[in-house]
Design a protein around this ligand. Structure first.
Ligand code: G6P
Length: 476
């Protein structure tokens, strides 16, 4: 059980496993930080000396790096990173077809059921790949971990890993954490019966499973009862003679780190440019990946209805929609991005005047631009159909300079902690969302600042380091 880092053997007593890792490599070998909420959340592990982060190679640059450095990647001190070079076809089936087109769709209730899902021979082939992909993780973790080590497995890409790992290494303390919602039993059972059971049994291989909201934890436990005949016991679920803890660890943001990053020049320059463009209008902001569950189209339709029904806001508001590219290997995501662009264009065609463009949609990744926008936004719209947590809703109030009003979907995990000071909406109800936007834009500055201060306090209650500690404590 050895790996070499800076010439020193490492026998990790804390291991982390996630599909996307903290580093990615371009074709020419340049190292970048891996993107996304999961990676930032787990950043807290970066200072842990005897930890190992096991992740997958996602594209060709990663694959080359993983082949050249099969045990430890360069450029990742102080936490060691091992990147698995899984066969590209297996990876594509596991990541695109199962993780993103099946498990993500089930947990976010995304299917348009008259036509999808269809579980056929192609699905079965993909499911076999997913099992193999998870098994590659289990094998690597089993090979690396020190006796009795803690292993924190993350998310729906790796739902079979806890059980596969326990079969190899019963001495380990295994946790699994879901960053997504969990589907209620009547929706989860859309999955083929044996697949649904395999997913649940996979997770129950852990000593403790964690969720971001009590709603998701409850749904998981109920699925275990209804599909496996498991028994609910205090603090967890009992099945086949073993008890798995079921915990809720909400995740907040690290205010200090966000503020430090925001103080840098690239953010400040963008902030000044934004102020120029907005002038004395109000800024309605959204920041998302172009992700089906984020409900961007209905958000735009709500803004359109606001301008239609309450013409007093025309020329008084600018809507900046930052919608970063995501999962573009999937046709449904490419089509969705097209739909978002179309609706934004229609609103501009319908309402623009010589000095005013109602919507500015940007489909490109620019983190500094998001941070700058948080600082100057007046209202933040976060209206996902369903979301494990949603950290945008938390980052916005923390970085707001004069106070931001939050219009928030009741279906986001973040509503648990922010609901009291946000305007909660049913994400399907465009008219209600339009009314909430009106209300948020109408709030006097002083009141908005006070509400925002409370939102920011709630948003920082459980910073990533504490969240990670809570997962570890559940295992000890
Ligand atoms: C979001 C979700 C995570 C998920 C990640 C994967 O951050 O909250 O649950 O792991 O997306 O995104 P990716 O870009 O790696 O497909």
């Amino acid at each position: 059980v050895t790996g070499r880092r800076y010439g020193q053997p490492v026998t990790p007593s804390l291991l982390l496993a996630s599909n996307r890792g903290p580093l990615s490599f371009s074709e020419d070998g340049v190292v970048r930080r891996g993107g996304g909420g999961l990676v930032s959340a787990l950043g807290g592990i970066a200072g842990t000396e005897d930890a190992l982060w096991v992740c997958a190679a996602l594209a060709d640059g990663d694959r080359r790096a993983a082949r050249e450095h099969p045990h430890r990647l360069p450029g990742s001190p102080p936490t060691a990173v091992r990147m698995l070079d899984v066969d590209p076809v297996v990876f594509d089936r596991a990541y695109n077809q199962i993780a993103n087109s099946t498990l993500w769709f089930v947990s976010h209730l995304l299917y348009a059921t008259p036509t999808a899902p269809v579980y056929d021979a192609r699905f079965r082939r993909a499911w076999a790949a997913y099992r193999a992909y998870d098994d590659a993780f289990a094998a690597a973790l089993a090979q690396e971990a020190a006796p009795g080590a803690q292993v924190l497995v993350q998310d729906y890409h790796l739902s079979l890993v806890p059980r596969q790992l326990r079969e190899r290494r019963p001495d380990l303390r295994i946790g699994h954490f879901s960053h997504t919602p969990w589907a209620p039993p009547e929706y989860f059972c859309l999955l083929p019966e044996d697949v649904g059971r395999e997913v649940l049994l996979g997770l129950l291989g852990a000593d403790a499973v964690g969720f971001l909201s009590p709603r998701w934890a409850e749904a998981f436990a109920e699925c275990c009862v209804q599909m496996l005949g498991a028994e609910r016991v205090e603090g967890g679920v009992r099945h086949d003679g073993r008890t798995t803890r079921v915990d809720v660890h909400p995740l907040g943001v690290d205010a200090e780190e966000l503020r430090e990053r925001s103080a840098q020049d690239d953010v400040q320059t963008r902030k000044a440019a934004l102020r120029e463009v907005i002038g004395d209008r109000q800024l309605l902001l959204r920041v998302d990946r172009t992700e089906l569950s984020k409900n961007i189209v209905r958000g735009l339709l709500a803004y359109r209805e606001l301008l239609l029904r309450r013409p007093q806001w025309r020329e008084q508001v600018v809507h900046l929609a930052l919608a970063y590219p995501s999962r573009h290997d999937l046709p449904s995501y490419r089509e969705y991005t097209g739909a978002v662009q179309r609706v934004a264009r229609q609103i501009n065609d319908e309402f623009a005047t010589p000095g005013w463009q109602p919507v500015s949609l940007e489909v490109r990744d620019d983190y500094a631009r998001s941070l700058a926008s948080y600082a100057v936004a007046d209202v933040l719209l976060v209206n996902p159909l369903r979301d494990g947590m949603n950290l945008v809703a938390k980052e916005g109030p923390v970085l707001s300079e004069y106070g931001v009003g939050l219009v928030l979907s009741r279906e986001a995990g973040a509503a648990d902690e922010l609901g009291a000071d946000a305007l909660l909406v049913n994400p399907f109800d465009v008219s209600q969302t339009a009314d909430a936007l009106h209300e948020a834009l109408s709030v006097p500055a002083k009141e908005r600042a006070e509400t925002c201060a409370r939102l920011a306090r709630a948003a920082t209650a459980m910073p990533p380091t504490a969240w990670l500690e809570a997962q570890r404590a559940a295992l000890s």
